[in-house]
Design a protein around this ligand. Structure first.
Ligand SMILES: [Zn+2]
Length: 120
């Protein structure tokens, strides 16, 4: 599993600049390891919607220390392709989630407008 540093080195080879120019973006993708320490952490951000979310955190473009301007989305695509070999949709990840009864559980909220029977 590639470390954010190695993704940043790869970015430097593609667009120039320094590891420091790119490391924040690659750390953002992989910080979901805080939640799940194995490869399944990628389900949180390693997909098309995650790449668009990246733009909301880092902006549309990144200006490198060299002055070159790089679209942030392209850096996100690089990261996901290096990890997975392609860019899945979130739906691709969802297809791999085994449904459990608790996932579809819901409280009968339509009854909330009725007075509570045992209210103190
Ligand atoms: Zn990653």
């Amino acid at each position: 599993m590639a470390h954010p540093y190695h993704h940043a080195v790869s970015s430097v080879k593609i667009w120039g600049g320094t590891v420091e120019d790119f490391i924040g973006i690659h750390q953002w993708f992989d910080e979901s390891k805080i939640i799940t320490a194995d490869f399944r952490h990628r389900a949180l951000r390693h997909h098309a919607e995650g790449i668009f979310m990246l733009e909301r955190f880092f902006g549309i473009t990144l200006t490198l220390s060299t002055g070159r301007v790089v679209p942030v989305r392209l850096i996100g695509e690089q990261h996901v392709k290096e990890d997975l070999g392609f860019i899945p949709s979130f739906a691709d990840w969802v297809k791999c989630i085994r449904p459990e009864p608790w996932m579809g559980r819901a409280l009968p909220l339509h009854r909330c407008d009725q007075p509570a029977e045992n209210a103190a």
